[in-house]
Write a protein that binds this ligand. Structure first.
Ligand code: FAD
Ligand code: PYC
Length: 417
């Protein structure tokens, strides 16, 4: 039996500054599985969990080339919200928010989901009109979102500067109170432990290097750095690397990969009560339970597979943060990092079947897929199990880029987020 120190028990009980990394088996790959998931991020692990719990398919392997959660799942700024413009997107992301609301109970593990509110700032008439359009569209879809004046925004988030002398003064804000944050690696760990308990094999340090196809082109196996694994169903959830994995099955994807960066400040006492985003001056910020201010930057302007990004990008973000929150000017940066995000032309994900029998893909979440993790896993598991999409993910099919039925959140938001 595992022994806990008193301090560790206290931290565990209060979800304290280090949540306890749970244990799962270090599985050895078997020769064959009913389904193989390529990518051990939150989406891949959630897919395996729902395959086992909702569809009774537990002879599943999750293959991860590094360590689970070491991709974008462990690198993002954890903003969770469902205030998207189009009906299809609102349904998709709100499905996820509803699952977030019961996730710690379902996994019996504290993912530290905190619905502290996501506030999106307006700085000009165009922002106001765009955010108010989102508010109306969201309400029609049963998604909460409300308009705040600049004064109300400051009351909700006291460190916010609403002086008119700012270069881009705050003119109001849209607030989704059900939005918030969660602890990112806890999500990967929680799904991993629960999937493992159902019999799923989680295999780290195992990169997929080829996809083997048989009669009629259907998939029959993956080649990996740990040997050949036979399977009739492959779900690719390899954010940032989707194009290279899908090329193994001769499929060209409508994706570009960009570095996206984030950083944290030194830890301070609780000062920041919510999440604030400004698309116009490009800054987003919240405070983690460890006390660090979590700040995200934009994508680099050119495609790349580096997990770092150019230094001037976060520097611009910090200028914006210091103008919005002058009290943070003297804080020091603790660390910064980057991830690689897969971006589609309409900035909406692809979740579904492919022209190759037995090959399914879940990708293109770009800068915004963490919030979708439970919903994405649930819908992808449905698609793999039934060989057809769930009504919520049906519009997010790959061939929309051929027939033009786009879900153009890029045009709706006019920015990457
Ligand atoms: P990942 O966690 O990246 O998992 C994919 C896994 O596939 C990786 O672990 C990788 O190693 C593995 N893999 C790749 N190739 C292979 C192979 N050949 N064989 C085996 N394994 C392979 N989203 C939000 O909703 N809110 C935010 O605030 C937010 N902020 C972000 C900030 C930053 C800096 C970044 C980089 C991203 C942010 N995102 C945010 C986006 C979000 O992180 C991603 O959309 C989401 O985490 C994707 O999850 P995933 O499980 O699909 O990918
Ligand atoms: O999707 O809300 C989001 C987001 C914020 C920062 C990066 N992505």
């Amino acid at each position: 039996m595992q022994r806990f120190s008193a301090l560790a028990l206290i931290r565990h009980a209060f979800g304290g500054h280090r949540s306890w990394r749970p244990q799962w088996r270090a599985a050895e790959p078997k020769a064959a599985y009913d389904a193989v998931i390529v990518g051990g991020g939150g989406h891949g692990l959630a897919t395996a969990y729902y395959l086992a719990t909702e569809f009774g398919i537990s002879n599943v392997a999750v293959l991860e080339k590094g360590w689970i959660g070491g991709g974008n799942t462990g690198r993002n700024t954890t903003i969770i919200r469902s205030n998207y413009l189009f009906d299809e997107s609102a349904a998709l992301y709100d499905h996820a928010v509803k699952l977030w609301e019961g996730l710690s109970q379902a996994l019996n593990y504290n993912v530290m989901f905190s619905q502290r509110g996501v506030m999106m700032l307006a700085h000009n008439v165009h922002d106001q009109q765009s955010l108010q359009r989102h508010i109306h569209a969201n309400r029609l879809n049963g998604v909460d979102n409300e308009w705040l004046s600049a004064r109300q925004a400051k009351a909700f988030c006291p460190p916010l500067n609403i002086e008119k002398s700012m270069r881009y003064p705050v003119t109001g804000a849209a607030l989704q109170r059900r939005g918030g944050v969660a602890r990112h690696d806890a999500v990967a760990w929680g799904y991993a432990r629960a999937a493992d308990a159902m019999g799923v094999d989680i295999i780290e340090n195992c990169a997929v290097t080829a996809i083997r196809r048989g009669v009629g082109g259907a998939v029959e196996a993956v080649e990996t750095t740990r040997g050949t694994i036979e399977t009739r169903k492959i779900g690719v959830v390899a954010a940032g690397n989707t194009s290279t994995v899908m090329a193994m099955a001769d499929l060209r994807m409508p994706l570009e990969s960009y570095p996206l960066q984030a950083l944290v400040s030194e830890p301070v006492k609780p000062i920041f009560p919510c999440v604030v985003m400004s698309n116009t001056i490009h800054a987003y910020i919240s405070q983690s339970d460890k006390g660090e201010l979590v700040i995200g930057a934009g994508t680099d302007a050119y495609v790349s597979y580096t997990q770092r990004g150019a230094l001037h990008v976060p520097m611009h973000t910090l200028e914006a943060i210091c103008e919005l929150f002058p009290i943070f000017r003297r804080l020091r940066m603790l660390r910064n990092w980057g991830g690689i995000v897969d971006v589609t032309p309409d900035r909406s994900p692809i979740i579904g079947k492919t022209p190759v029998a037995g090959l399914y893909v879940n990708c293109g979440w770009g800068t915004g897929g963490f919030k979708a993790t439970p919903g994405s896993g649930h819908l992808f598991a449905w698609t793999l199990a039934k060989d057809e999409p769930h009504p919520i993910n049906a519009p997010f099919r790959l061939d929309r880029f051929r027939d033009g039925y786009l879900i153009d959140e890029a045009a709706a938001a006019a920015v990457a987020h």
